[in-house]
Design a protein around this ligand. Structure first.
Ligand SMILES: Cc1cc2nc3c(=O)[nH]c(=O)nc-3n(C[C@H](O)[C@H](O)[C@H](O)COP(=O)(O)O)c2cc1C
Length: 189
C-alpha cells in the first residue's frame, strides 16, 4: 500500500470480524513499532500481547461503559497493551533534561503511529484506547512500578468501513514565521 494512501485511509476500527490474526502479521506490526525513532534511541516502549479472552474481558472492564472502545476490546482477537519504561526518554544520567519532563508519551505515540499504519497496510484494523482506568489495567497486566501503561490497542480484521471524521484545514493549523501569520494565501481559510 502506498504511504499516503495508508495515511489518509487508516480509520479507528471498533467492530472486528471473528477471525484470528496470524502470528506473522502480528510480528510485522510489532516490527513497525520497533523501527520508530525515540529520544536518544532509548526505545522506551514495551508491549504486552493479550489474546486470552479472560484477560481481554478484565481489561475491557477498566473502560467506562460509555467508551465505544469497550466493545472493540471485547470483539478484537488481539489486544496490545503499550507501555513505556519511565525516566529514560528525555533523561541524561538519570536527570531530566527538558521542561517537558518524561518524553515517554511522545516516543510511545511515534511507535504506535507506525504500528497502526503498518496494521492498516496489512489489512488489519486497530483503535487507540486512552480513556480507561490505567491503575486497574496495570494491575491486571502485572506491570512493575517503573513501567507506565499508556494505551490499549485492540487489533483484528475490520468488520466495518467507517467514514473519516473531518480534519481541520491546513489554514487553521499552520502558521508561517510567527504565530498568527497565515501559512499561505493559496490555502483557503
Ligand atoms: C491518544 C488517543 C486516545 C484515544 N482514545 C480512544 C478511546 O478511549 N476510545 C475510543 O473509542 N477512541 C479513542 N481514540 C480514537 C479517536 O477517537 C480517533 O482516532 C479520532 O476520532 C479520529 O478518527 P480516526 O482514527 O478514524 O481517524 C483515541 C485516539 C487517540 C489518538
Amino acid at each position: 500500500m502506498e504511504l499516503f494512501e495508508a495515511l489518509r485511509n487508516r480509520r479507528s476500527i471498533r467492530k472486528y470480524a471473528d477471525r484470528p490474526v496470524p502470528d506473522e502479521l502480528l510480528e510485522q506490526v510489532l516490527e513497525a513499532a520497533r523501527c520508530a525513532p525515540s529520544w536518544a534511541n532509548v526505545q522506551p516502549w514495551r508491549f504486552v500481547v493479550v489474546t486470552d479472552p479472560e484477560t481481554r474481558r478484565a481489561l475491557a472492564e477498566t473502560l467506562p461503559s460509555n467508551n465505544p472502545g469497550k466493545g472493540a476490546i471485547l470483539g478484537a482477537p488481539v489486544l496490545l497493551a503499550a507501555c513505556g519504561v519511565k525516566q529514560t526518554s528525555g533523561y541524561y544520567k538519570g536527570k531530566v533534561t527538558t521542561t517537558l519532563g518524561d518524553w515517554l508519551m511522545f516516543d510511545l505515540a511515534l511507535a504506535l503511529g507506525q504500528l497502526t499504519l503498518a496494521a492498516h497496510a496489512l489489512g488489519l484494523g486497530t483503535l487507540h484506547v486512552g480513556l480507561y482506568d490505567i491503575e486497574r489495567a496495570s494491575a491486571v497486566l502485572g506491570l512493575p512500578a517503573d513501567v507506565q501503561l499508556v494505551e490499549l490497542v485492540p487489533m483484528g480484521y475490520p468488520d466495518q468501513t467507517p467514514n473519516s471524521p473531518p480534519r481541520k484545514p491546513l489554514a487553521e493549523i499552520v502558521h508561517r514565521g510567527k504565530w498568527g501569520s497565515p501559512y499561505s494565501k493559496t490555502i483557503p481559510a
